[in-house]
Design a protein around this ligand. Structure first.
Ligand SMILES: Cc1cc2nc3c(=O)[nH]c(=O)nc-3n(C[C@H](O)[C@H](O)[C@H](O)COP(=O)(O)OP(=O)(O)OC[C@H]3O[C@@H](n4cnc5c(N)ncnc54)[C@H](O)[C@@H]3O)c2cc1C
Ligand code: FES
Length: 290
């Protein structure tokens, strides 16, 4: 689904950090007041905001929790300069937020398989909550079951496991995967996905995923090989502006922009993207193979 354009969202507003949760040694969740100056704006599962850390840069972050009373959270992996600075912030410190940007995940009938690779789990958390709500109180969308695959390199890098256990209902399942086998299935999330799809009988399946682009490419290929199962994949490309001006997040050869036309893409578009799972750009736009 595509959001309406709203020019007022392109200016950051300063908002205090209300709480900080340490998810593991690398990831912290920051709860903030989402309080745009004008009328309230609805945030949907999988959308992202641009986060400005005074004294440093502005970086894209998925909204990991869409709370009540205008509270949202972002879950940040400490990987570089700005995220490192963010990890030093305390409750009460202010950060700048603009957005939400991008399209969003939409709950589909049937069996939902949701995959989070590492910090990619932050982007899919809110669609898991949404699917679970639809399952508990069936509306026009009927969810049969949710299978969640949570993967990381090793046990200490897994995130949101306890929270996922609370969100999921009877009949749902949580599959833990670690590359080194320190917890759960030893291997990649994509191997677990293939194992599940080889056995799954339902013919209404949707796969939702976020994680490293190589993982997403394999998820896509597996789904295409299983009767072209519908996917909604959230891509993370280098971003500067977040709303379609700089062109840094363009997907070749379509010219589609991850920030504006994504970050969530479905089968029809993914089939057209020739650099999907192949390249990474730096801030100058230079491409590298991944
Ligand atoms: C739509 C979107 C949603 C995102 N959501 C989250 C999230 O919920 N939580 C989270 O921790 N991270 C998320 N990211 C990635 C996050 O934006 C980067 O990790 C961050 O910008 C790194 O900034 P830095 O200054 O700390 O690192 P830098 O010093 O700039 O770089 C450190 C490393 O991170 C990589 N990197 C830098 N920018 C990006 C980027 N935009 N996307 C992917 N890798 C990048 C660099 O290539 C380098 O390897 C998201 C990215 C996008 C595009
Ligand atoms: S980040 Fe600038 S066009 Fe997408």
């Amino acid at each position: 689904m595509k959001p309406p354009y709203d020019y007022r969202l392109n200016k950051p507003f300063l908002t205090p950090i209300i709480d900080i949760i340490k998810e593991n040694n690398r990831i912290k969740t920051f709860i903030i007041e989402y309080n745009p100056i004008f009328e309230p704006v609805k945030i949907n599962p999988g959308q992202f905001v641009m986060v400005w850390i005074p004294g440093s840069d502005e970086i894209p972050m998925s909204v990991s929790h869409i709370g009540k009373n205008s509270k949202i959270s972002i879950s940040v992996a400490n990987v570089g300069d700005t995220t490192h600075l963010m990890h030093q912030l305390k409750i009460g410190d202010k950060i700048g937020i603009r957005g939400p940007y991008g399209n969003w995940f939409t709950s589909q009938d049937g069996t939902a398989i949701v995959i989070g690779g590492g910090i990619g789990m932050a982007s899919v958390l809110s669609i898991i909550q949404d699917l679970s709500n639809h399952k508990k109180i069936p509306t026009d969308i009927k969810i049969d079951k949710i299978i969640c695959i949570n993967g990381a390199k090793t046990e200490t890098e897994l995130c949101f496991t306890e929270e996922l256990q609370k969100i999921l209902n009877e009949g749902d399942s949580l599959e833990i995967c670690t590359d080194d086998g320190s917890l759960g299935f030893k291997g990649f999330t994509t191997e677990k996905l293939k194992e599940i799809l080889d056995k799954e009988k339902s013919n209404a399946i949707t796969v939702y995923a976020c994680g490293p682009e190589k993982m997403l490419k394999t998820v896509f290929q597996i789904c295409e090989d299983h009767n072209k199962i519908s996917v909604q994949l959230s891509l993370e490309r280098m971003m500067r502006c977040g709303f379609g001006i700089c062109g840094l997040c363009a997907l070749e050869p379509t010219g589609l922009l991850v920030c504006q036309d994504g970050p969530i893409f479905t089968n029809e578009i993914l089939r057209e993207i020739t650099d999907f799972g192949k390249i990474h750009r730096d801030f100058s736009g230079k491409t590298y193979s991944i």
